[in-house]
Ligand binder design. Structure first.
Ligand SMILES: Nc1ncnc2c1ncn2[C@@H]1O[C@H](COP(=O)(O)OP(=O)(O)OP(=O)(O)O)[C@@H](O)[C@H]1O
Ligand SMILES: Cc1cn([C@H]2C[C@H](O)[C@@H](COP(=O)(O)O)O2)c(=O)[nH]c1=O
Length: 217
């Protein structure tokens, strides 16, 4: 693959503001004349969205095995990469993605306890060396984020999905795994305090983008 565009991901636990700020990052880039493809994981293409449906649906009475969950995440990712992310990067568009493989290390690794070496093997098999250029990690306490999430569920009158039904200890483990990954790769990650008011979060995002995008141009 000849990668001409840049690949930016937003990561973090439930309700920290990823969807809100994916929109902000995409507009910030578009205002600077950059072609942007905005997407999300699991999902982003019709088949990958169908896999998302299986992963998030809380109504099956059979437990989803953790290995099946892991493989479905990567199945959706393989489809998403082939159909959407790689073609966009090859033509020079920038991809802004709500979650990517750091979420697998955090949720399936930190949350479910799958050994990170096994996740890394799938990462290599599916991504063939492709990884984000910049990962914006929106970090805040899961307890505080829960209130935001509950507000959104109330406003949109939607039910909790299969992950949102997990206990606080699961989300503490997810947060810990994200922070470990950010510490291990400081050149790729930017840590954003997502507990701030939205205008402050977006000022931090804009400052990070200003610094990184200038370096790339
Ligand atoms: N900095 C902020 N301060 C207060 N409320 C916020 C802030 N950022 C986002 N919100 C609100 O919190 C709720 C959750 O935000 P959002 O849906 O963007 O989070 P998310 O990380 O994408 O959630 P999920 O992981 O469930 O997809 C929304 O109602 C949003 O308007
Ligand atoms: C990519 C990815 C996602 N997940 C989990 C994390 C969330 O609970 C859901 C996606 O829903 P959201 O609207 O983005 O919050 O999927 C995961 O467990 N592993 C992954 O690799």
């Amino acid at each position: 693959m000849i990668k001409r565009g840049r690949f930016i991901t937003l990561e973090g636990g439930e309700g920290v503001g990823k969807s809100t700020n994916v929109a902000f990052v995409a507009s910030w880039l578009k205002e600077r004349g950059i072609e942007v493809v905005r997407t999300r994981e699991p999902g982003g293409t019709p088949r990958a969205e169908a896999i998302r449906g299986l992963l998030l649906d809380p109504s099956f009475d059979e437990t989803l095995h953790t290995d099946a969950e892991l493989l479905l995440m990567f199945a959706a990712r393989a489809q998403h990469l082939a159909q959407k992310i790689v073609p966009a990067l090859e033509r020079g568009a920038w991809v802004v993605c709500d979650r990517f493989t750091d979420a697998t290390f955090a949720y399936q690794g930190g949350g479910r306890g799958i050994e990170s070496g096994r996740i890394a093997q799938l990462e290599q098999f599916v991504q063939k060396g492709l990884s984000p250029d910049l990962t914006l990690l929106l970090d805040m306490s899961p307890d505080a984020a829960k209130e935001r999430l509950e507000g959104r569920l109330r406003d949109q009158q939607t039910q909790r999905d299969r992950f949102e039904q997990e206990q606080l200890s699961f989300f503490e483990a997810v947060r810990h795994a994200y922070l470990e990954r950010a510490t291990a790769a400081p050149q790729r990650f930017a840590l954003i305090d997502a507990g701030q008011a939205l205008d402050q979060v977006q000022a931090s995002l804009a400052q990070t983008l200003e610094e990184r995008v200038t370096l790339w141009q």
